[in-house]
Design a binder for this molecule. Structure first.
Ligand SMILES: Nc1ncnc2c1ncn2[C@@H]1O[C@H](COP(=O)(O)OP(=O)(O)OP(=O)(O)O)[C@@H](O)[C@H]1O
Length: 340
């Protein structure tokens, strides 16, 4: 069976900016695939090429074996796209907007009406469908976007940052809906810079940075590859440096401890990387007791996707976002996109 989405050596430049340098991805039918990366990594550009809204400078893109470059119309029929920001016409009602979308997809009028009704029901929009979209909350608006992307029953639903700006309750509604959709057989391709969103939802994930894929696998595989567990330890709420240093020296000689860092920004607490073993906490507690040191708090966790990103790039995802934030002219980018 052909891959639901196949992207090979995709390149896309905007003038001198290499938005996508070299991206290859393979999404299996029925998967939820997550594309994770900081702002500016090239996620939206990749998605726009996949959805035939932007023409790649090089590379191959296929949806269910059909080339998005040679045959964009056929690909558009198979893809539903939910963009990051949707310029909803605020004076139309949700139903009117969905109907408009059904017409754009050339659905025969009776089929279109039926699909609009079904999507309103499936997404729980009955109370809102006949109100103007200008009155909608962010969560309801997102549900309408989803309904709109799914009207023509696409094989692949592509979502760009589906829960950005939503409160946690609305995010959970979207996540549950996407899981149901997957159960019904739809392939889902989602970009996000929320680590936990991708961790919770995606069967597989690719992490991209500066236009290239830096890691790919299931969330568990990626975290296992980084190796070790993380332990956060506070000797006291605020420890003097000498005490933190003393604890560090006592702990870094333990055979299962791989790294100890003093976190000065957090009251000189200690961040440890340890070999995954069940008695690490007990051994650390014993060592500190032997050294006459108290414990204010201690917690062990598996590595997160942020640790995966950190291991691959040397900085956290949040630091990468902050670094990217100052270098972009988002208004100019939007203008340029309109021209494409
Ligand atoms: N139309 C454009 N004109 C010029 N540069 C652009 C344009 N679109 C994107 N870029 C640049 O290409 C790079 C990748 O942008 P892209 O929007 O694909 O990243 P992203 O990972 O989707 O980030 P975000 O989530 O903020 O949209 C960035 O450096 C961005 O500034």
């Amino acid at each position: 069976m052909a891959a639901a989405v196949l992207i090979e050596n995709l390149k896309k430049y905007y003038g001198d900016v290499e938005a996508v340098k070299d991206i290859s991805l393979n999404v299996e039918p029925g998967e939820i695939f997550g594309l994770l990366g900081p702002n500016g990594a090239g996620k939206t550009t990749t998605i726009r090429c996949l959805c035939t809204l932007s023409k790649p400078d090089a590379g191959k893109i296929e949806v269910s074996g059909i080339s998005a470059i040679a045959n964009p119309r056929a690909v558009r029929r198979r893809i539903g796209y939910v963009a990051q920001e949707v310029a909803l016409d605020k004076v139309l009602t949700g139903r009117e907007l969905l109907q408009l979308q059904a017409d754009l997809y050339h659905l025969p009028s009776n089929v279109g009406k039926e699909r609009v009704n079904t999507m309103i029901e499936v997404l729980g929009l009955q109370d809102y469908a006949d109100k103007k979209t200008g009155t909608y909350s962010g969560g309801i608006r997102k549900r309408l976007d989803l309904a709109s992307g799914l009207l023509h029953k696409p094989d692949v639903l592509v979502l760009d940052e589906p829960t950005v700006g939503l409160d946690i309750e609305s995010r959970v509604v979207v996540w549950n809906f996407l899981r149901q959709l997957q159960k019904a057989g739809t392939t889902i391709f989602i970009t996000s810079h929320y680590l936990e969103e991708v961790d919770i939802l995606a069967d597989r994930v690719a992490i991209i940075d500066k236009g290239v894929v830096i890691a790919e696998g299931t969330p568990s595989q990626l975290k296992d590859n980084v190796g070790g567990d993380r332990i956060t330890l506070r000797i006291r709420e605020f420890s003097p440096m000498e005490e933190a240093q003393n604890a560090k020296e006592k702990l870094e000689v333990l055979p299962f401890v791989q790294e100890v860092i003093i976190n000065t920004a957090q009251g000189n607490s200690l961040n440890l990387v340890v070999k995954s073993q069940s008695d690490a906490l007990t051994n650390i507690q014993q060592s500190l007791k032997d050294a006459g040191l108290p414990i204010f708090g201690i917690a062990q966790s598996r590595p997160s996707l942020d640790d995966v990103y950190l291991a691959a790039t040397g900085q956290t995802l949040m630091d990468a976002e902050l670094a990217a934030a100052g270098t972009r002219d988002v208004k100019a980018e939007k203008k340029q996109r309109m021209k494409e």
